[in-house]
Ligand binder design. Structure first.
Ligand code: EPU
Length: 418
């Protein structure tokens, strides 16, 4: 079993290049099969989730070929020969559920294993199903599979009861060829929702309003292939911005869309970091600064992202004063807190609220990643802890961060994988 070992207390400085966005990649790769043609997806992050997803596509007859050291993927979906995605694959990556929308949209039938729960609570897909049903699909759940089929799909108005990134994207995929116009109201506005809409439009779809809470999909008869480069990873970028803050460092985070990080930049400024933005970079300078605690509430975009909540909690653990985090997106996203406490953090949890009293220092020990962002939070904690921090269960980190030890080492961290 691999471990990441960090010897903390090094100030990080220099430049780091951000990879393509995981959550855009895991939606755009399945979206490519809607086209019945060949697509080249570029700027992919080289991470486990992308590798698993390409295997999932191959299991239904799609030809996938990685190029450019894994950063591009050629997807030929002209000969899909199976509409059934088995549990063995889907249990490894939740985003396989996008194949439900993509197959239903293109073939009007799909069978995909029900995704299981995950380490931060129940993850229902009722809003995806509500959308498919409204478009005219019949949905059955049998033997652990969601089976969807439709004689035809007809555009309609769908009002989401909760703002869901996954449901918004899945309904767009299913509605691309639907007769007439589909309107998704109370839609998610995350950058990767916009990226998927832009990709589908490149293929010939007609989608308007992505990035607002009303998305309109005007059904088309045919799509074609395209080359598309996905957006940079907002959460990876945010993690390195926090790495700069927590080590009193000075890091330039490059190849990003600064606007996507407005909520984090605002909080880091409030904490006393100096933030400079350019067209495609943000520089976070925290050298010789005493950082003070702030309160955070996670929200849908453009609010503070839940996927940066564990990382900012780690920063608050070593900032002066008391910070309160309210998690509004997931039921149970504080599981990493017990691990942070093993490093000396002072955090108490009451339902969805964490009260974090800043400490002068954390001290290294063995800890265990409980999910992807929890793993990132533990790496950040290791960077600032006295002595050695050993992180176990790093398979989670590999699902979403490309070459994290290499990128951090190049900024001056003492980090290695054994
Ligand atoms: N929800 C429902 N019903 C649904 C769908 C969602 O009640 O049918 C609820 C969820 O239980 C949750 C909230 O709505 O409370 C938001 O869920 P959403 O559907 O937006 O999440 P998701 O699409 O499953 C994506 C990201 C997550 C990120 C969330 C929120 C991907 C592959 N995953 O999940 O990313 O936390 O949006 O922004 O895009 C991560 O990258 O670490 C990660 C977990």
């Amino acid at each position: 079993m691999s471990q990441i070992i960090i010897n903390g207390k090094k100030k990080l400085s220099g430049e780091v290049f951000i990879s393509g966005a995981k959550n855009a990649a895991v939606a755009i790769i399945p979206a490519a099969i809607v086209s019945n043609d060949i697509c080249l997806i570029e700027n992919l992050p080289v991470i486990e989730d992308v590798a698993i997803l390409s295997k999932t596509l191959e299991s239904i007859g799609v030809k996938c070929e990685f190029k450019n050291n894994g950063h591009s993927l050629l997807i030929d979906s002209r000969e899909v020969n199976n509409f059934c995605v088995e549990y063995d694959l889907i249990k490894r990556i939740r985003a396989s559920y996008y194949l439900l929308g993509a197959l239903l949209g293109r073939f009007r039938k799909a069978e995909v294993a029900l995704p299981g729960g995950c380490n931060f609570g129940s993850r229902p897909i009722d809003q995806h199903i509500k959308g498919f049903t409204a478009l005219g699909a019949e949905i059955f759940i049998e033997h652990g599979m969601i089976k969807a089929h439709a004689k035809k799909l007809i555009g309609t108005n769908i009002f989401l009861d909760v703002i869901s990134v996954g449901a918004t994207i899945n309904i767009m995929l299913a509605a691309v060829y639907a007769e007439g116009t589909t309107v998704i109201e109370n839609a998610a506005k995350e950058p990767h929702v916009v990226d998927v809409a832009n990709f589908l439009n490149m293929l010939g779809a007609k989608i308007k309003g992505a990035g607002t809470n009303t998305i309109k999909i005007f059904g088309v008869k045919k799509l074609h292939g395209a080359e598309y480069s996905i957006i940079p990873d907002q959460i990876e970028a945010g993690t390195y911005m926090i790495a700069s803050a927590i080590t009193n460092g000075n890091i330039k985070v490059k190849n990003i869309i600064p606007k996507h990080l407005d909520s984090l930049s605002a909080k880091l400024r409030e904490m006393n970091c100096e933030i400079k933005e350019g067209d495609d970079f943000i520089k976070v300078n925290a050298s010789n600064k005493k950082l003070k605690s702030v309160n955070i509430k996670t929200m849908n975009y453009p609010g503070f992202p839940t996927d940066l909540q564990p990382q900012i909690a780690t920063l608050l653990s070593v900032s002066s004063g008391t910070g309160i985090i309210t998690e509004t997106v997931w039921d149970n996203r504080f599981q990493y807190v017990d691990e942070l406490k093993r490093l000396g953090a002072d955090i108490s949890i009451e339902n969805r609220v964490a009260v974090i009293k800043g400490k002068e220092k954390l001290t290294g020990t063995q800890v265990c990643a409980t999910d992807l962002r929890a793993g990132a939070a533990l790496i950040l904690a290791g960077l600032v802890s006295d002595g050695e921090t050993k992180i176990n269960n790093i398979k989670y980190i590999d699902r979403g961060y490309e070459q994290i030890e290499k990128k951090l080492s190049s900024l001056g961290a003492n980090i290695k994988r054994i």
